[in-house]
Design a protein around this ligand. Structure first.
Ligand code: ADP
Ligand code: MG
Length: 375
């Protein structure tokens, strides 16, 4: 990555503000963390800083509070992090303020402090300069490891990077390197599998990938729009007639550069609704994946939340897990599907950033990354 990374930071004896993405899914009653992937993903950066003898204060958002809200405290996260690190991670009462700054000042080398939910302050999302200044106070350096929040220009993801010497954390660095390499010179054949409910939410991803991939395999509800655009009479509920021109343009762009667009040849129905790709389509897509050197997948191939319509999604995930290709998965629900299937470890990379991962694949720049100085 062209950005300044942890490797350039001599963290010994420094107080380092680390922005992490601890916006984890939780269950209420009793309150528990449903999936701690994002906490575990931040451990390499936290441990690297501790080993160097830094004093670490972690800053994150959690949920969408409107002002301070005890139900959205990061205390539960601090507790889980304590277990993972094997040492107590105390909670600061706030992310700014005299009491918190005092706790920061008292940190010893190797200590880790969890700051309270940064979104308790509306100034966070407004990227308020005065608030960013308060966040930065008392720190010697800033490390951004919150890839999942890097597409937002908020005070803790963007603003502070201009006020302290700023560095990319290990997770952020890895995410950016792998996801941007898909648009660089991926090993070929490069197969992109795109699903999800609607074309309208994936048009930028499709436009970006059609310029790079050798094969675009399209499934999910949005395949209906592509089929309708081809003149197939599918009478599907989830087709978007106003998007058929865009679907035709994607196919034309692929054809012009000798790339292939694969559409479902059979489906699984519920009444008049198409809710999954069919077995023949699964075999065709899996065969492409087996022959690929690079595979990127975003978007479930069907309504996988219902087990009877999870077959297509599972088939794609298994084909990727079994292939020798570089395999990259991005997107909230797609990642959830891979995790449910227990296949995360079999992929080259499963992104921790939903929206941020897609924006990178769309070829966009992320404000949280751009704010870090070049190496
Ligand atoms: P991601 O979060 O991985 O980017 P999307 O948000 O685009 O994925 O789409 C996920 C949703 O699309 C899933 O909740 C899934 O149920 C839905 N979906 C996929 N195919 C269909 C379909 N044929 N009919 C209805 N919903 C579908
Ligand atoms: Mg989604």
């Amino acid at each position: 990555m062209a950005k300044r990374t942890l490797a350039a930071l001599d963290a010994k004896g420094k107080r380092v503000l680390v922005r992490v993405d601890f916006n984890v899914p939780v269950e209420t009653d009793p309150p528990r963390i449903a999936d701690d992937t994002r906490i575990r993903a931040a451990l390499p950066t936290i441990n690297a800083l501790r080993e160097q003898g830094a004093m670490v204060a972690l800053c994150s958002h959690f949920g969408r509070p409107k002002g301070p809200d005890r139900k959205l405290s990061l205390a539960l996260v601090a507790q889980r992090l304590s277990e993972l690190l094997g040492r107590r991670v105390p909670m600061a009462p706030d992310c700014i303020g005299p009491e918190t700054k005092e706790q920061v000042a008292e940190l010893e080398p190797g200590d880790v402090l969890m700051l309270e939910n940064v979104r308790f302050h509306p100034e966070e999302e407004q990227n308020d300069p005065a608030f960013a200044k308060q966040l930065a106070a008392g720190f010697d350096a800033y490390v951004n490891d919150a890839f999942g929040a890097a597409h937002r220009a908020h005070a803790s993801t963007e603003g502070v990077a201009h006020l302290l010497p700023a560095y990319a954390g290990l997770l952020l660095e890895k995410e950016v390197r792998i996801l941007t390499s898909l648009l660089g010179s991926p090993e070929r054949p490069f197969v992109a599998v795109i699903g999800g409910a609607k074309v309208s939410s994936k048009i930028d991803v499709l436009r970006s990938l059609v310029a790079k991939a050798d094969v675009l395999a399209i499934g999910g509800g949005m395949a209906n729009t592509f089929l309708a655009a081809k003149g197939t009479d599918i009478k599907a509920s989830l087709s978007e007639p106003d998007r058929e021109d865009e679907a035709r343009a994607i196919v034309a762009a692929a054809t012009a550069r000798g790339a292939e667009v694969l559409l479902p040849v059979d489906m699984r129905w519920d009444g008049d609704k198409i809710l999954d790709i069919g077995p023949e389509t699964e075999r065709e897509f899996a065969a492409q994946i087996a022959d690929a050197k690079t595979v990127f997948w975003n978007g479930p191939l069907g309504l996988f939340e219902r087990p009877e319509f999870a077959h297509g999604t599972e088939a794609i995930a298994r084909a990727m897990a079994d292939s020798g290709a570089v395999t990259v998965v991005g997107g909230g629900e797609s990642v959830q599907a891979v995790e449910q299937l227990g296949l995360t470890a079999k992929m080259t990379h499963v992104s921790t950033g939903g929206g941020a991962a897609l924006e990178l694949v769309e070829g966009k720049r992320l404000p949280g990354v751009e704010a870090i100085p070049d190496a």
